[in-house]
Design a protein around this ligand. Structure first.
Ligand SMILES: Nc1ncnc2c1ncn2[C@@H]1O[C@H](COP(=O)(O)OP(=O)(O)O)[C@@H](O)[C@H]1O
Ligand SMILES: N[C@@H](CCC(=O)OP(=O)(O)O)C(=O)O
Length: 379
């Protein structure tokens, strides 16, 4: 089967997992990294007639750091993991730099945290820097900045990071290279009868049932984070391919339109960039709960959220923060920019706008979240 999703793609994000990068924890796989670098260079140089822009999102810092520190088992202590990541990232960056340079390519290390992408200004700076690097023909090599993050502010896994980077730069395709040929109907390590899935719609809930956790102690997310990453990337219109990283010429063949791995096609309409940024927040500073009437208005007719429909406010946020909007059953319906800080919002719950001036001491907007600053969340 020939697919034009990849052959038409001009901007591609490639994510490789720890088990591949470090050869199941044995140490940086120089041959594999050399091979991906060769293929990335060919794509950038326009082999096959089309020049592409490529970004590499590479895991492996912790696994490589553990090897360099002589640790056989993954430590439970977060600071030890962070120390391992700091040690391993040196090797990772050095290896990509060497291998890409051998191909006549310049590379750049970019380490991101969730907080970088949650802050609008830092998000825009990251975007501009990455787009500048692409324009200069440089291959950015991205990882999470593990040294400075704790569990609460982590992307958690590099599949999610790959999807967020795809959204950040509005990539056409996210390619996730892993240690399996793609998605199977069940974890093939556990179920020998599992069948291969060659194409599906990104965001199809049936896929989440098929996907299990990590198959080895090296990888972190397993297939479920890849499926969720595909759903997330689809928000900016990017389709995802999950393929085996050791498949011969995998990136080149995909770019030539060959059907390798599992293709998860983006069905969702591309969101306006600012709305995509809000949808991509992994942690919110706060939530408001709305009654059924307000929930129906938000979902059905794209109306603004008015305080009269709010029943509760959680968390601590200021005006301009991204907050989640939940229905009474606790499900997230939408996200948006708060017009009021949490303390003010608590005063305004269930109140008509005619009372705002009296309650707050000043006249302000009638909406808690204006519809222009609101994005519905698809489940
Ligand atoms: N439905 C599935 N199809 C394919 N692999 C699956 C599935 N469910 C779970 N897995 C497991 O997910 C693993 C890949 O995830 P992970 O170990 O995190 O790799 P990576 O380091 O590439 O991110 C596979 O080795 C496999 O055992
Ligand atoms: N930032 C971590 C990545 C952890 C991770 O998500 O790993 P993986 O599931 O193998 O992509 C590292 O470099 O070790």
């Amino acid at each position: 089967m020939v697919s034009n999703v990849l052959s038409d793609a001009r901007r591609i994000v490639v994510k490789v997992g720890s088990s591949l990068v470090t050869n199941e924890g044995k140490g940086l796989d120089e041959v594999a990294i050399g091979e991906w670098s060769r293929q990335l260079a060919a794509l950038v140089h326009g082999e096959g007639g089309v020049k592409r822009e490529v970004i590499m999102v590479s895991s492996g810092a912790i696994a490589e750091g553990m090897k360099r520190l002589g640790w056989a088992t993954r430590p439970g202590e977060i600071h030890e993991l962070q120390a391992a990541a700091a040690v391993g990232q040196m090797g990772l960056a050095q290896m990509y730099e060497t291998k890409l340079r051998e191909q006549g390519m310049r590379s750049a290390q970019v380490l991101l945290t969730h907080a970088d992408l949650a802050d609008r200004e830092r998000y825009l700076n990251a975007r501009t820097t990455l787009l500048t690097l692409l324009r200069l023909g440089v291959v950015p090599v991205i990882n999470e900045n593990d040294t400075v993050v704790t569990d609460e502010i982590k992307f958690g896994d590099n599949d999610t990071l790959g999807a967020l980077v795809a959204n950040l730069v509005e990539a056409d395709v996210l390619v996730i290279l892993t240690d399996q040929k793609g998605l199977y109907t069940a974890d093939p390590r556990r179920d020998p009868a599992a069948k291969f899935v060659d194409v599906a719609n990104a965001g199809d809930p049936a896929l989440e049932v098929m996907a299990g956790g990590a198959g080895s102690s090296i990888g972190k997310g397993g297939m479920i984070t890849k499926i969720l990453a595909a759903k997330r990337a689809a928000g900016s219109g990017a389709s995802t391919v999950i393929a085996w990283g050791r498949e011969n010429h995998v990136l080149i063949r995909l770019a030539q339109g060959e059907s390798i791995g599992t293709l998860l096609v983006a069905q969702t309409q591309k969101k306006q960039a600012r709305k995509q940024w809000m949808a991509d927040h992994l942690q919110m500073r706060g939530y408001v709960t709305v009654d059924a009437g307000a929930a129906a208005k938000l979902k059905g007719s794209g109306k603004s959220l008015l305080p009269i429909g709010m029943v509760a406010v959680e968390g601590d946020f200021v005006r301009g923060d991204v907050i989640g909007i939940r229905g009474e059953a606790g499900e997230e319906i939408a996200r948006g920019l708060a017009n009021y800080a949490s303390a003010e919002a608590r005063l305004l719950c269930r109140k008509p706008s005619s009372e705002f001036e009296h309650l707050l001491g000043y006249a302000a907007e009638p909406e808690m979240v204006h519809r222009d600053n609101l994005v519905l969340i698809q489940h």
